[in-house]
Design a protein around this ligand. Sequence first.
Ligand SMILES: Nc1ncnc2c1ncn2[C@@H]1O[C@H](COP(=O)(O)OP(=O)(O)O)[C@@H](O)[C@H]1O
Ligand SMILES: O=P(O)(O)O[C@H]1O[C@H](CO)[C@@H](O[C@H]2O[C@H](CO)[C@@H](O)[C@H](O)[C@H]2O)[C@H](O)[C@H]1O
Length: 441
Amino acid sequence: MLNELLAAWISRQRWFGGKGRPIDELSIDADVVLTPGLRHLIVAVWQDGCRDRYQLLLGERHDLPDRLAHALIGSVDGICFYDATHDPERTSWLLDGMARDETRSGLRMRHVEGADIDTSPRSIVLGAEQSNTSLVYGDAYICKLFRRLIPGVNPELEIVTALAERKAPHIAQPYGWIEAELDGTGTTLAIMQEYLSNANDGWDLALTSVRDLYASPQETSAAEAGGDFAGEARRLGVATARVHEELAAAFPTDLIETHEIKRMAESFRRRLGRAVAEVPELRPHVGAIEDAYHEVEQLTGAVPVQRVHGDYHLGQVMRTPTDWVVLDFEGEPGQPLAERRALSSPLRDVAGMLRSFDYAARHLLAGRAEAADLEGRAQEWADRNRAAFLEGYREGGGVIGRVDATLLRAFELSKAVYEVGYEARNRPTWLPIPLAAFRPR
Ligand SMILES: Nc1ncnc2c1ncn2[C@@H]1O[C@H](COP(=O)(O)OP(=O)(O)O)[C@@H](O)[C@H]1O
Ligand SMILES: O=P(O)(O)O[C@H]1O[C@H](CO)[C@@H](O[C@H]2O[C@H](CO)[C@@H](O)[C@H](O)[C@H]2O)[C@H](O)[C@H]1O
């Protein structure tokens, strides 16, 4: 009975990866009582013969207070089962568990060595719930619970711990984590980090600047408009180069030669093939994209590779009162863990951020025919901020050599191809944004 309630509820959650397909079966793989009225579950969801596993915090109460009514999963024999991430009385136990380094039936809660965890703040669930659920404790900590579980150490934990040990700037300090064995592999279930309470998301800041430009008289250039973003874009470039430098110092690096460069071009092509099958609007652009990938195949010499962010965009960086902080070193969601941890060219992140400037410039135009006359201004804003970011990247020590232009272009196109698939699946009205990347300039 509980399993059926959970199946109906999980299919409605924003973070559920199998939306739109019926659930054939849901079973409870692990069930640990953390404290009376709070259970930690790992459930297996079967759809079309495939299994995905998810992590739940299940609350139990005889009477559910009104403030938790929205979190109700269902009732069985007079007990109300609910999503306990919304219940600060219960989630405080996670803080206690990490502070005490508790282990409960294989569920290990740990704090970073030397971190002094204040267990007094109470949590709220972060509004912009995405593929995971984040709990913010006062203005001290943010604890991200991974919903869909993939066996292995989460790259975010691996990277921020390594960079924090080096006292690297531009990261949010890690405080603790939760882990368990999944298929015999130590698997990260949650990460707790410093909450940047006084910071703004890069995407929101960039959009404010774009709006200022669109609202200013036609003859005003992007440089003269009130909220010019170029200074911030340059500082972000500097921070990005410093983070790359720290990643190269903390993890192995390598040089890839001709045959591996060809393999990289093949992987760009495979991604293109999958996206074209899914989104026919890509078809007219295939020839030009293939040409750019062909140029990559012709490159000679070695390309430096290292650990990178992997899904770098304006929504992954926050501006604190003093500088930029980079979040979410997890790589592209949906990619296998091995791929997300693989060494790559740092130009991949540079390309990701360049794409993001295009996104910010065009997002107000998407799907609005009447906004077509803003096209030139969108281009001007994007060009100005892309150039400023690259200037900052070089200033911070980042290397973009002459041959790198070919790689950078291919990474940008490949990111835009990924985005076409992402938007078609998640936000179809945004599809024109990445499609614009393939127009000849
Ligand atoms: N350390 C932090 N401090 C403040 N806000 C944060 C922090 N980490 C994440 N956030 C906020 O949560 C949002 C989503 O976080 P993110 O880690 O990107 O989650 P997801 O992987 O689900 O996209 C960010 O855009 C940011 O607004
Ligand atoms: O932040 P996530 O790890 O969930 O990344 C995924 O979602 C992003 C959207 O939130 C998506 O990014 C795309 O949209 C952004 C604006 O919302 C834009 O700034 C990015 O440049 C663009 O790629 C990301 O690709 C996806 O993996």
